[in-house]
Design a protein. Structure first.
Lengths: 302, 136, 587
């Protein structure tokens, strides 16, 4: 439980009925930088954030944010943590001015008006508008502006660009990038958009079925994964005979293998299976993540 | 003091190379082709990050790699500048890298099944376009 | 916190103004159409219920909107302690409720005060405050029910409804009781207002309060529901004395019998010559049923009226309304609607008068309006310390007036001013137990039958009947006395005791707190058979063992397990169920 870690979980487990939303998750995110959290739906991302903020309790294990235990966060702790979720929940009946006043009164000593103005300038909002009348993108921009203006030491964003149009999404990302590197701020960014993740992330946290599947820089994950194209005769080897197999497709008689942690030796393996032509290619991040997450269903049954 | 030279590189997230790699390649290309003159000042880390809409740490990493490779010069407190290009690679290293580049190129075009002569001719044309400005 | 409060107030401000205006308009309009409605006790009770329900609707609406997970996170993830957020948000809701309920009521009362015709006492202002308090109770209960975990959120509703409606506090005491309920609800809500709403409160005091209220609610539900189920199962097997054929000569049959049959049956069971002699003379004689004690007598400063407080002097065309502050009637001349002064008897009223027919009863005195002089004349004064507890009834040449210690038979001539002569028949039992009173005048003797046993069929009281004869000189002789065996099992009748003796005491006390019913609620102490106590103790021990096992299964700490087990030992089965509902769930 060190203050050097922005987020720490130890053996964190949470059940949802019979299913394990989180299963013994051990995570240690250092302070500073942007950590992207990805995983397929139901991998436990939203549950993780709720547990970290103390809104649900773990069934086993512990979790800490900024060195504090999650289920005993004081108001002073919450002052340092910002949270933005995909619904961008804001009181729909209130005016933009009112919401701003309430937020400013909470964070009076930390309010960063410059950051707020920088973000809000991208969106055309009037103080007298009702929040309920704003478009989704405007609400998202307003919400992010409020979150950034409170100068959080830790900012957690749970799919903030979900459902936004291209323009709004771009603005949100620009606003976020503009604040990176400021004052030891840590950002935890959860998204399904791999291109956003690739642009933003310093580290990539991959969750799979409630467990930590990978924790590294995005490049490091890509470097481990290669795509091999070979003309292995007939159906080729069984899936469990292929070392490090993530995904296998057979297209027009040519076999495409996506494998992990295999070096040049894989070419020899393929030649041993009877291939004459063997090519290796690097894999872009989205394909790498897709293959990594679907490795347990490696392809049409073989 | 020279002003910051505009840097016209783009990055494509779905590309096979990492973003830092694309930045490095883009800058090296521009330096090789002369668009970035020796001594030109590059945009700051934050500035380039904002321009490309990527994490400044990634830009930092790319710049760091370029500085380590001798392509850029870091003047403390002033910024990054294009360094005078010297031949820093040994013949062995050059060969190795050339082999790797040829491999990549061949992999990329193998599926097209074009005429190998056409491919070689195209490469020659592209290199010619760069050649006049490359100094030894 | 204040900014949040203001913002939330602003959310409901428009609604509050509109509803407040409609509310005031409705009050004024209905009072114009039906001027006497304001003074009717039942109308005020119904209005109170409407306020409570309205408050609850707002409470549920506001809380349920915040209760969704993402909304809850947005609300509570702030640099503000949860209880402060609760104060701001729920406080704003309560403020708006009060604005929409209290202000119109105060304005309405003020409009009545400035009008000449209406009597407005201090109690009417307090009544307005009571209306707002009931609305606030409803609001907080709705909020609790919506925010607390679903498995025990509803328990607040049961307890609050029963405590608010069931207590007998009067006047300012009623306001204090309501305020106390508001405070309890405030703490219950504070217990539910936490980031992780799915868990019971961690603060031991709040947890104890939550578990206690849940136990109380479970107790009431078991009492009512259990009794109902038991009765239904008896009906199913055809053995329910109330629904199916009652056993002959038994309690249920007697409670339904005609007066003459009731008296005859008692006399027959006596097997004495005097009883037989009287029984022989009974057929053909008119047996009159005398009303027994009322639920509650009017008290000074009561918020709603127990009975009618106006009467008209038709000869002088003056309408009189009683004012608690003045302790006198205030009159309005009907022809020009101008005040006609005050009317009070020579001696001050002991209690607020209740109009019964064209007489007035107040405390131990009976008054009539002297038509010729237009004054109130006292006709009857019961002995020191005795109160008239029921509506007097004229039977033949006498007027029967029931006091809390004896039945007084007055000569009818006293109503016209003759000197009152009375015969007093002392009550053989407590007034609160008197279920039924029958009287028959024979030429030389009067027969009175006292049937005691209120709450004795399905409840724990004893049932018995006493028939006495009274001669004009005042001599009272007991002719017959018989007891009735209970017709339902001890399990049903004493369920309030064996389910949880401790909670029974608490619930009983809560119902009585602040009340001034005093003399007419006096009852003989209930004789609880020893086997019921033994059953209660065994059940408590069994429940405590189950609680200990449940605590082990949920892997509670030793202190927590011990605390729950002791609480269950003290409070019995309802506490076990409350522990199961509120205790820490996930292993």
């Amino acid at each position: 439980m060190t203050a050097a870690l922005a987020v720490e979980t130890r053996g964190l487990t949470r059940l949802h009925g019979r299913k394990r939303a989180l299963d013994g998750l051990d995570l240690a995110l250092p302070r500073g930088g942007i950590h992207a959290v990805i995983g397929s739906n139901g991998a436990g991302k939203s549950t993780l954030f709720r547990l970290l903020l103390g809104f649900q309790s773990p069934d086993a294990g512990d979790c800490f944010v900024l060195g504090q235990r999650s289920n005993s966060l004081t108001p002073a702790d919450r002052k340092r943590i910002g949270f933005v979720n995909e619904e961008h929940v804001l009181p729909g009946w209130a005016r933009v001015d009112t919401v701003l006043d309430v937020q400013r009164s909470h964070f009076a000593d930390r309010w960063d008006a410059r950051a707020f103005d920088a973000v809000i300038a991208c969106f055309d909002l009037s103080g007298r508008q009702r929040v309920g009348q704003l478009s989704r993108g405007e609400r998202a921009g307003f919400n992010l502006a409020l979150a950034l203006a409170q100068s959080p030491d830790l900012l957690i964003l749970d799919e903030p660009t979900l459902g936004l149009d291209v323009v709004a999404r771009k603005r949100l990302l620009e606003a976020l990038i503009a604040t990176v590197g400021e004052e030891d701020r840590t950002i935890v960014y959860c998204s399904h958009q791999i291109d956003e993740v690739e642009r933003l992330a310093d580290t990539l946290v991959v969750l799979e079925r409630g467990k930590l599947a990978s924790f590294s820089a995005p490049d490091a994950l890509c470097d481990r994964i290669t795509q091999w194209v070979a003309d292995v005769p007939f159906k080729g080897p069984y899936h469990d005979a292929v070392p490090g197999l993530l995904q296998h497709r057979q297209i027009d008689g040519v076999h495409h293998y996506i494998v992990i942690d295999q070096g040049e030796a894989f070419a020899d393996f393929l030649r041993a299976q009877g291939a004459h032509t063997v090519q290796a290619m690097p894999v872009p991040l989205d394909r790498a993540v897709d293959a990594f997450l679907t490795r347990n269903h490696a392809g049409p049954a073989r | 003091m020279p002003r910051t030279t505009p840097l016209a590189i783009t990055i494509a997230p779905g590309d096979g190379r990492s973003i830092a790699g694309q930045i490095v390649d883009g800058i090296r290309r521009r330096v090789s082709s002369g668009e970035l003159a020796v001594g030109a000042q590059l945009p700051s880390v934050r500035g380039l990050a904002q321009q490309l809409a990527v994490n400044p740490n990634t830009v930092s990493k790319a710049y760091g790699e370029l500085v380590a490779g001798g392509w850029l010069l870091s003047r403390a407190g002033l910024g990054l500048y294009v360094a005078a290009q010297r031949d820093q690679l040994s013949a062995v290293e050059r060969d190795r890298r050339l082999d790797a580049a040829v491999d990549r190129f061949v992999n990329d075009v193998v599926a097209i099944r074009c005429n190998p002569d056409d491919a070689v001719a195209r490469v020659a044309v592209a290199l010619d376009a760069l050649a006049p400005r490359q100094s030894a | 916190m204040f900014e949040l409060y203001k913002a939330e107030c602003r959310r409901f401000a428009r609604w509050a103004m509109v509803i407040g205006a409609l509310h005031l308009a409705a009050l004024l309009f209905i009072d114009r159409l039906f001027p006497g409605l304001r003074d009717e006790g039942e109308v005020c009770d119904i209005l109170g219920a409407v306020y409570g329900v309205s408050g609850a609707i707002l409470g549920v609406y506001q809380a349920a909107a915040y209760a969704r997970m993402n909304h809850w996170i947005t609300l509570l993830h702030r640099p503000l302690a949860p209880w402060r957020i609760m104060l701001a948000v729920s406080g704003a809701g309560a403020t708006m409720v009060c604005a929409a309920i209290l202000l119109p009521l105060l304005l309405f009362t003020a409009s009545q005060a400035v009008q000449v015709g209406h009597v407005v006492d201090a109690r009417h202002w307090l009544l307005a405050v009571a209306g707002a308090l009931i609305a606030t109770i409803g609001f907080l209960t709705g909020s609790c029910a919506a925010l607390a975990p679903r498995r025990y959120g509803w328990t607040a509703v049961v307890s609050v409804a029963i405590l608010t409606a069931g207590n007998s506090a009067v006047g300012a005491g009623a306001l204090l009781c309501q305020a106390a309920i508001v405070v309890i609800l405030f703490f219950l809500l504070a217990g539910a207002f936490r980031p992780d709403r799915a868990r019971a409160p961690t603060n031991p005091a709040l947890l104890a309060l939550t578990a206690g209220v849940a136990a109380l609610s479970v107790y009431f539900l078991l009492l009512i529901g259990g009794g109902f189920l038991y009765q239904m199962s008896l009906v199913a097997i055809g053995r329910n004395a109330l629904v199916n054929m009652p056993p002959p000569g038994g309690l249920v049959e007697a409670s339904r019998a005609d007066g003459d049959d009731l008296i005859a049956a008692a006399l027959r069971a006596a097997h004495t010559p005097q009883a037989d002699a009287v029984r022989a003379r009974l057929p053909g004689v008119d047996v009159a049923r005398i009303p027994v004690a009322m639920e509650a007598l009017p008290a000074w400063g009561e918020l709603t009226n127990s009975g009618p407080i106006t009467f008209a002097d038709s000869s002088r065309r003056i309408e009189w309304t009683f004012s608690h502050d003045a302790r006198a009637f205030r009159g309005i001349r009907q022809k020009d609607l101008q005040p006609a002064g005050e009317l009070r008897p020579a001696e001050a009223f002991e209690a607020p008068p209740l109009r019964v027919g064209d007489m007035m009863m107040a405390g131990g005195s009976l008054y009539v309006l002297d038509a010729s002089r237009g004054t109130l004349e006292r006709r009857v004064r019961l002995p020191e310390g005795e109160l008239i507890v029921a509506r007097p009834k004229s039977v033949g040449p006498t007027v029967a007036i029931l006091g809390n210690r004896a039945l007084h038979l007055f000569d009818k001539t006293m109503l016209d001013g003759a000197a009152p002569r009375a015969v007093a028949v002392p009550l053989p039992g407590a007034i609160g137990d008197l279920r039924r009173l029958d009287l028959a005048h024979l030429p030389d003797v009067t027969i009175v039958s006292f049937f005691f046993g209120r709450d004795s069929i399905e409840g724990p009281a004893a049932a018995w009947q006493s028939v006495v004869s009274v001669t004009p000189d005042g001599a009272v002789r007991t002719l017959a006395r018989r007891s009735f065996d209970p017709e339902f099992s001890d399990a049903l009748r004493y369920r309030a005791y064996w389910l949880s003796p401790a909670i029974h005491v608490v619930a009983d006390a809560a119902g009585k707190v602040g009340g001034t019913a005093g003399p007419i609620q006096q009852r003989a102490p209930v004789q609880v058979p020893r086997r019921v106590w033994i059953a209660a103790i065994l059940l408590s021990i069994l429940a405590a063992l189950c609680a200990a096992l449940l605590a082990r299964r949920r892997r509670l700490s030793t202190t927590a397990a011990a605390a729950w087990s002791l609480a269950t030992l003290a409070l019995g089965l309802p506490m076990l169920i409350s522990f199961w509902l509120t205790g820490k769930r996930r292993p």
